[in-house]
Design a protein around this ligand. Structure first.
Ligand SMILES: Nc1ncnc2c1ncn2[C@@H]1O[C@H](COP(=O)(O)OP(=O)(O)OP(=O)(O)O)[C@@H](O)[C@H]1O
Ligand SMILES: [Mg+2]
Length: 230
């Protein structure tokens, strides 16, 4: 399996506090990972660093086989990596505009954009919300719109920060049902979560931040050994 992202050393501190010091670290292309660890251990910070939203000390970074530096964050990674926040921010335009925003920024022609947005909204089960005020969506609806907004960008690496937290009942089930479909598309997915159902998805590799180190946990259902830490 090819490695999508390799980092020889990843070091983050806030003031005097070392949050983590990880070495080495790699993510396989097309693999799904769940990132666990106690509150405050640095899961969101790690995802934000990978997405270029936070600076960190890094060395020996390779993305898609090319050596890169994370400061300034490379355009190739900006185009290929999408981070979905735990509480997705909605622009106050329309739900469809929210889903299509990233494609519009990329200059996708309108007709093509409309088609892709329609498909993604149908996929996420939010077509009926087309005319709704994005600010008034429920937590579960926002998560599904945010997943559709991420999916249309066809990221190589999708970083989901607690996609099912704060959701229960049907809303949680609906979001849970979308995750395996994202994985089938061949995207590498890293999900920070505490949700046992996400952790238990078949083929998902568990990684855990503990005491500033990243540990590989047992893989689910007899999956072959993987090269998370090589
Ligand atoms: N800008 C910052 N300045 C100082 N400390 C920060 C900053 N951002 C995060 N932290 C601290 O870093 C630690 C890790 O935060 P982070 O949000 O990454 O944890 P987490 O593992 O995602 O937690 P949770 O499970 O609650 O989501 C926390 O103690 C947090 O207070
Ligand atoms: Mg977090």
């Amino acid at each position: 399996m090819t490695v999508l992202l390799r980092i020889a050393r990843l070091h983050k501190q806030f003031g005097d506090r070392i949050l983590f010091d990880i070495a080495p670290f790699s993510l396989d292309a097309g693999r799904a990972y769940v990132l666990t660890g106690v509150n405050g251990c640095g899961k969101s910070t790690l995802l934000r660093i990978l997405a270029g939203l936070e600076l960190a000390g890094t060395s020996g970074v390779e993305f898609a086989g090319e050596p890169v530096q994370l400061d300034p964050y490379p355009a190739a990674m900006r185009a290929a990596i999408v981070y979905v926040h735990q509480h997705p921010v909605m622009f106050s335009t329309s739900v469809a505009d929210n889903v299509g925003y990233g494609l519009k920024v990329r200059g996708t022609p309108n007709a093509k954009l409309a088609r892709i947005v329609d498909d993604a909204m149908e996929w996420a089960g939010v077509s009926h919300l087309r005319g709704s005020d994005p600010a008034r969506l429920s937590g579960g609806e926002k998560q599904r719109v945010a997943l559709a907004r991420a999916k249309v960008l066809e990221p190589k690496l999708l970083l989901l920060d607690e996609p099912t937290s704060n959701l229960d009942g049907a809303a949680r089930e609906q979001v849970l049902a979308l995750i395996p479909q994202l994985l089938e598309g061949g995207t590498t997915v890293v999900m920070a979560c505490h949700d046992r159902d996400l952790i238990g998805l078949p083929g998902v590799v568990r990684i855990k931040l503990r005491d500033g180190r990243l540990e590989r946990r047992n893989t689910n259902r007899g999956e072959p050994p993987l090269s998370l830490v090589t």
